[in-house]
Design a protein around this ligand. Structure first.
Ligand SMILES: CC(C)(COP(=O)(O)OP(=O)(O)OC[C@H]1O[C@@H](n2cnc3c(N)ncnc32)[C@H](O)[C@@H]1OP(=O)(O)O)[C@@H](O)C(=O)NCCC(=O)NCCS
Length: 169
């Protein structure tokens, strides 16, 4: 793999992250947003990244190649009686798919989860997203349920699979 750097995303990366999310959202219908990205301001994104940086059970990583943000991955710790759980998110720009970047991000996220005493990682993935499901299963995630019609894109419903990686014991 060409030289890439994986590091925690910091508040000063907010502008690049917003632009990245618009790009990746335009390239795939597998994410919760499209070409509009998250529709947040730079200040809102900075505040989000500051909060994630400060929360022990949440983290946001970004992958950089020649100064360009090409992938991201996150864990969002859940509150209260679910605080042993974190929700995982993952995306890579299309021209970099199938080069091991998603796998490297999963390595980092799972290592982070272990040191943060997160016991179960949860995610939802489109049931037709064969590449992502293959990748998650390779890392030990198990299919634990179906979520009917979780996305509605232009009046078309898309079913999802819920997957968990149980790090207990
Ligand atoms: C899913 C995603 C993050 C994977 O990132 P990536 O960098 O391509 O992942 P990797 O290269 O590490 O691994 C991809 C694996 O899927 C496999 N794969 C790709 N397409 C596949 C398909 N149609 N069926 C089965 N396996 C497939 C690859 O062969 C590879 O497995 P291998 O290492 O065992 O050969 C990336 O495709 C992406 O961002 N997609 C759009 C957003 C998305 O779907 N995010 C996940 C939301 S839950």
């Amino acid at each position: 793999m060409e030289h890439i750097e994986i590091r925690e995303t910091m508040p000063e990366d907010a502008e690049k992250l917003i632009a990245y999310l618009k790009k990746v959202g335009a390239e795939t219908d597998n994410l919760t947003f499209g070409k509009e990205g998250l529709s947040v301001t730079v200040e809102q994104e900075k505040a989000y990244l500051t909060q994630v940086h400060e929360e022990q059970r949440s983290v946001h990583y970004s992958v950089w190649k020649e100064g360009e943000l090409i992938a991201d991955g996150s864990l969002s710790g859940l509150p209260r009686r679910m605080s042993h759980y974190a929700e995982l998110g993952l995306s890579v720009i299309k021209e970099q798919w199938n080069q091991g970047i998603g796998g490297r991000l999963l390595d980092e996220l799972i290592a982070y989860a272990r040191q943060a005493s997160i016991e179960i990682i949860r995610l939802e993935v489109r049931s037709d997203n064969a590449g992502a499901i293959h990748l998650y299963e390779k890392y030990g995630f198990k299919r634990v349920g179906m979520i009917p019609g979780y996305f509605k894109i232009n009046d078309t419903y898309v079913d999802f699979v819920m997957m968990c990686l149980d790090l207990r014991g």
